[in-house]
Write a protein of this length. Structure first.
Length: 40
């Protein structure tokens, strides 16, 4: 199975929040920030 056959974590997070105005870009940035600042 190819890697693009599965949704990204951002896409999974967005699915139930799609009607709130949240975007994939916002979720991807939040995930990146979470990893970046995890140990600070």
């Amino acid at each position: 199975m190819s890697a693009d056959a599965q949704p990204t974590s951002a896409e999974v997070t967005l699915a139930p929040a799609a009607d709130t105005g949240v975007t994939i870009v916002y979720i991807e940035q939040a995930e990146a920030d979470s990893l970046k600042y995890r140990y600070e």
